[in-house]
Design a protein around this ligand. Structure first.
Ligand code: IPD
Length: 262
């Protein structure tokens, strides 16, 4: 399906950065890692991938801003547009040799995500979407699932690690959700969790303590596949509150009520 010039640049950047990540993944034991806080590791591959993405995206669109996980934020001369990038979502999986990680690239315009790419290079799955244009996986149109009973549905989340403060709230979420559903998965890459909701593989996803680069692209995938994404709390938006709930539109209210304990 033909996309906009921006989408094509994003796909090209993802494929280019993925080549280095795939090569380094094969040699994961030899990677030097540096610790960025308990349980949260940054590899050389991660930083190199961000550099590649940044070089391509900012040379193609020098006036856009930049928000990436690994490098300094840049304000563009066009204050309405910025790239929001996680060069390696699922870093812990990557470092442990688990083939479940992705490159996530979003384009924000006037505070809204308008284009998204999530590339799972290990499985050669390219998820992409543009606002108003639908969501796709390798050129096949995506639709969220239509399960509407919690007891038949499975949900993904991220579990707080390394002493993160969200643990008590997430334990309560699990206590309410697990008895009422077909299960909860913790696969370790938020961008892919959202892409899988868009693809109907999961019925919903929630997480507390996320960063914009983890979810910016994935939330557009879900919306363009017919699902809903909202902040968990009433105060603030998804990026400022750092907590979101996403699901197919049939199950969203019931699921969100459980997560919001409403
Ligand atoms: C992490 C992953 C994980 C999620 C964490 C994120 P990273 O991103 O998406 O699934 O639970 O909240 O920080 O560190 O691998 O880019």
């Amino acid at each position: 399906m033909p996309g906009s010039a921006n989408l094509n640049i994003m796909i090209k950047a993802a494929r280019t950065a993925a080549r280095g990540l795939v090569k380094d993944f094969r040699e994961v034991e030899n990677l030097q890692v540096s610790s960025k806080g308990a349980g949260d590791f940054v590899s050389r591959a991660d930083i190199a991938a961000e550099r590649t993405l940044r070089d391509i995206l900012l040379s193609e669109r020098p006036n856009y801003g930049w928000l990436g996980e690994e490098t300094e934020e840049v304000a563009g001369t066009d204050p309405t547009r910025r790239w929001i990038v996680d060069p390696l979502d699922g870093t812990t999986n990557y470092l442990h040799g688990l083939p479940h990680w992705a490159i996530s690239i979003a384009l924000e315009h006037k505070g809204e995500i308008v284009a998204a790419v999530v590339f799972d290079a290990a499985k050669d799955e390219m998820f992409f979407a543009e606002k108003g244009g639908g969501a796709f996986l390798n050129n096949a149109r995506l639709r969220v699932s239509d399960r509407h009973r919690l007891i038949e549905a499975i949900f993904a989340t991220g579990l707080p690690f390394g002493g993160r403060p969200e643990l008590p709230a997430v334990m309560q979420d699990l206590g309410r959700l697990l008895p009422a559903t077909a299960g909860v998965r913790r696969m370790g890459a938020a961008a892919l969790d959202l892409a899988y909701v868009a693809a109907g593989r999961y019925d919903g996803y929630w997480e507390r303590g996320i960063h914009p680069w983890d979810v910016a692209a994935g939330l557009l995938l879900v919306r363009e596949a017919g699902g809903l994404v909202e902040p968990i709390g009433e105060a603030g938006d998804i990026f400022s509150s750092r907590a979101l709930v996403a699901a197919n539109s049939q199950i969203f209210d019931t699921f969100a009520k459980v997560i919001r304990n409403a």
